[in-house]
Design a protein around this ligand. Structure first.
Ligand SMILES: [Zn+2]
Length: 272
């Protein structure tokens, strides 16, 4: 079945992964800007990273017939350094007009600190300026509930934020409902450790439905599996879901969300 992986860090993956993704039916990926595994020393490091996301990776993906989209931001971990974050935020507009850019992401919180919250709001304001889509990372494990609550409050307190243009990613059983209830899109991340398994994702689909729900691998440089979305497709089938429901989650939903991006719009709606 044709599908989209709406959250995968291809910069950390080998070319063979593109071959496997294409073979499994992956038609498009979207790659949020994230933490490289070390704190970068200056905004120049981010400028080079944004060139990678907007020039190198789409070219590499294209060789395997996979369409590549990306998101730009300074991630929550490095956002703790507010002065670096301000320098990076000043660089982002140079890249926003590149044709594969969906919006601002993955912004969010990591340890739920005041500095992270300040930089989060600066980046929401940046997104609002040009009506960008926003992709949001919610913290891991013990910080998840509190962090998700803080993020939802920051967003819903701002009347200019349209929930239908924002995806709250890495939701789990205890955070999916408040995000959906507030009108946001949600992303379920399938990870071999921490986060959610394909079966837990199917449980959540059975409980909350398929509306505004995305499923992703969040494949990166840590323990993760770029083939997690095909595993989810298999888990849905083995639990008796028909192809229409599965296609809605892995194909129609990400297309619908992405087609709201200011510079993707009808181009992506028409992608077959
Ligand atoms: Zn990520």
């Amino acid at each position: 079945m044709k599908y989209i992986d709406p959250h995968i860090h291809m910069i950390s993956r080998v070319t063979d992964d593109y071959v496997r993704l294409a073979r499994a039916g992956c038609a498009a990926v979207s790659e949020p800007a994230f933490w490289a595994g070390f704190d970068r020393g200056s905004a120049e490091g981010f400028r080079d990273y944004f060139r990678h996301l907007t020039e190198v990776e789409p070219r590499r993906a294209g060789q395997f017939g996979v369409e590549h989209f990306c998101w730009l931001c300074i991630n929550a971990k490095e956002a703790e350094n507010v002065s670096l974050a301000r320098d990076v935020i000043a660089v982002i507009p140079e890249f926003l007009d590149r044709p594969n850019v969906l919006g601002i992401g993955e912004i969010g919180l990591n340890k739920n600190t005041k500095n992270e919250a300040e930089v989060f709001q600066l980046q929401v304001e940046l997104a609002l300026k040009t009506d960008e889509l926003v992709l949001i990372h919610t913290p891991h494990l013990q910080d998840k509930y509190k962090g998700t609550r803080m993020i939802l409050d920051l967003l819903t307190d701002n009347p200019r934020v349209k929930p239908g243009r924002v995806c709250i990613d890495h939701v789990e059983e205890h955070t999916i409902q408040p995000a959906l209830d507030a009108g946001f899109w949600v992303g379920m991340t399938l990870y071999p450790v921490t986060k959610c398994t394909p079966d837990r994702a199917v449980d959540m689909i059975e409980r909350y439905g398929t509306e505004r729900v995305l499923v992703n691998s969040a494949g990166d440089w840590g323990p993760s599996d770029p083939m997690a979305v095909p595993d989810f497709i298999r888990a849905m089938r083995s639990r008796g879901h028909d192809d229409g429901d599965i296609r809605r989650v892995v194909w129609e939903n990400p297309r619908r969300f992405f087609s709201g991006a200011v510079r993707i719009g009808s181009r992506f709606k028409g992608a077959e």
